[in-house]
Write a protein that binds this ligand. Structure first.
Ligand code: AMP
Length: 143
């Protein structure tokens, strides 16, 4: 099963911020959309970075509350690990586990094509396990 299957259900919209926006503005977006990370937009639809709630917590922990006025660019992760719609979901789970992060942007020709979060992956795995156990129950009932 691939990432594209999850995107077909949840949609491909991705919330983004500009590198020059403040952490405060990014936090408002996270709260409004009930999400844990925003992609930082680069030139021509490219990805300049990713900023998660953890980056904001770290910024406040080290810089105090005035850090909320800092630019997103000063606290984002620049080396973003991405996947494509054809990536197997198991591979994305391995990427999240190995990288210790919970969000993986999906790209198509270098442009944003969606976002997969650990919540999406867990939801998919639960549905898959439920399907497997239903198949087993039917098999046992029929034998
Ligand atoms: P998260 O677990 O997604 O809240 O993110 C934890 C840390 O990893 C934060 O510093 C994020 O900026 C960073 N991060 C999140 N997603 C990615 C990603 N796909 N590639 C690289 N770094 C990421």
């Amino acid at each position: 099963m691939s990432v594209g299957k999850i995107l077909a259900n949840k949609g491909r919209a991705v919330i983004t911020v500009e590198p020059g926006q403040s952490l405060q503005q990014a936090a408002v977006l996270l709260a409004e959309h009930r999400i844990g990370a925003v992609v930082v937009a680069g030139a021509g639809g490219s990805i300049a970075g990713i900023l998660s709630e953890r980056d904001i917590v770290r910024a406040v922990a080290t810089g105090g509350e005035t850090a909320m006025k800092d630019r997103v660019a000063d606290h984002m992760t620049r080396r973003v690990v991405t996947c494509v719609a054809a990536s197997p979901i198991n591979q994305v789970m391995e990427i999240m586990t190995a990288g210790k992060f919970r969000h993986v942007p999906v790209v198509l020709d270098g442009r944003l094509d969606g976002m997969i979060s650990i919540g999406d992956v867990v939801k998919y795995r639960l549905a898959e396990l439920e399907q497997e156990s239903a198949t087993l129950r039917d098999y046992i009932a029929a034998s």
